[in-house]
Design a protein around this ligand. Structure first.
Ligand SMILES: [Zn+2]
Length: 98
């Protein structure tokens, strides 16, 4: 096992242990974001409508200690989907124009 970041398909995402979500903001980071609660601390989180449905959703604050533990075990696997990459790129592009 080794730490890695990979781009996976939407189906791959369903096999992940958990989905890292940011805390809900007002307004939401994307207008069509969905709102849920963190499976660990119960805070309100937001996520993209196409986020994998199977894994537990967790806020960033709860996910970081988990990720650090996996990283120390050399077993951190982070996956993002091409759709997320495209959206983040578009978001950053738009931000730079402002
Ligand atoms: Zn949390």
């Amino acid at each position: 096992m080794s730490n890695k970041l990979e781009i996976g398909t939407q189906e791959d995402g369903e096999d992940c242990d958990y989905v890292v979500c940011i805390r809900a903001t007002s307004p939401l980071a994307f207008p069509d974001n969905l709102v849920s609660t963190c499976s660990k601390c119960g805070c309100t989180i937001q996520y993209r409508p196409h986020a994998p449905k199977t894994p537990a959703k967790m806020c960033v604050e709860c996910a970081i200690p988990e990720m650090r533990e996996s990283f120390d075990e050399n077993n951190l696997q982070v996956m993002i989907t091409p759709k997320t990459v495209a959206e983040v790129a578009a978001y950053l592009h738009k931000k730079r124009e402002n």
